[in-house]
Design a protein. Structure first.
Length: 228
């Protein structure tokens, strides 16, 4: 009897904790953002989340999945299933943030995102060749391809270009979002223009869809009827 009582008490506590978590969540989408970087990208989105006062019960950010694009997508799928099993309240959207650069699993990761269920839940947020393309667009517009040269990868060259505008920038540094915030709307305009130009010329270098995720998070609190 004692063990039965303990089991019921645990079940009651779990149910109470679940209700508390649901009560804490605000009335907007519950979102998971999975990033390939353990610091750079997660820190950027954490700072964005804090700036727009997005609740941690609504927005979860994870960077504990390695750098391979396929591992990012798989980790996002695993966390989605885990959340569903633990609280029966799945994420409304899962964003998988990864670079192309020299990753061999890039195309496979894109295909996996497209195939994941439920539909319209998983999204690939890509940068070609790397995340620093998004940061560069805060300073200038350019559709010139960023390629490898000698021992330097395309990502290395994008980083070198960025340090012309941000001499102290290093991967994994905090404060990047806040430092660049005054130029954010310019970067979004540049990124959208770049996407259209690359689609017209049937190329993807350079491109980034970070602006789409940023725009979504900026407007996540807006009621659906107000967005129409």
């Amino acid at each position: 009897m004692g063990s039965d009582d303990l089991h019921h008490k645990r079940k009651a506590k779990q149910a109470k904790d679940l209700e508390r978590r649901k009560a804490m969540r605000r009335r907007y989408d519950k979102v998971l953002i999975v990033c390939e970087g353990s610091k750079t990208e997660p820190l950027y989105f954490e700072e964005l989340k804090d700036y727009y006062e997005l609740d941690t019960a609504n927005i979860k950010i994870s960077g504990n999945c390695g750098s391979a694009p396929l591992s990012v997508v798989t980790h996002g799928e695993d966390l989605y299933k885990q959340e569903l099993e633990e609280c029966n309240e799945p994420f409304d959207r899962v964003y998988c943030v990864f670079d192309k650069d020299t990753h061999p699993s890039y195309l496979e990761a894109l295909q996996k995102v497209t195939a994941l269920k439920p539909q319209n839940t998983f999204y690939a947020v890509t940068s070609v060749p790397c995340f620093e393309v998004w940061l560069l667009l805060h300073f200038r517009y350019s559709a010139a391809p960023i390629i490898s040269c000698g021992k330097k990868s395309a990502g290395d060259n994008a980083l070198d270009e960025l340090t012309r505008y941000m001499p102290n920038y290093k991967k994994g540094d905090s404060g990047t979002f806040l430092e660049l915030f005054p130029r954010l709307e310019i970067a979004k305009t540049h990124a959208e223009r770049l996407k259209a130009q690359c689609e017209a010329t049937k190329t993807d270098n350079p491109t980034t869809s970070i602006f789409e995720l940023v725009n979504y998070l900026q407007n996540i609190k807006t009621p659906p009827e107000a967005k129409q």
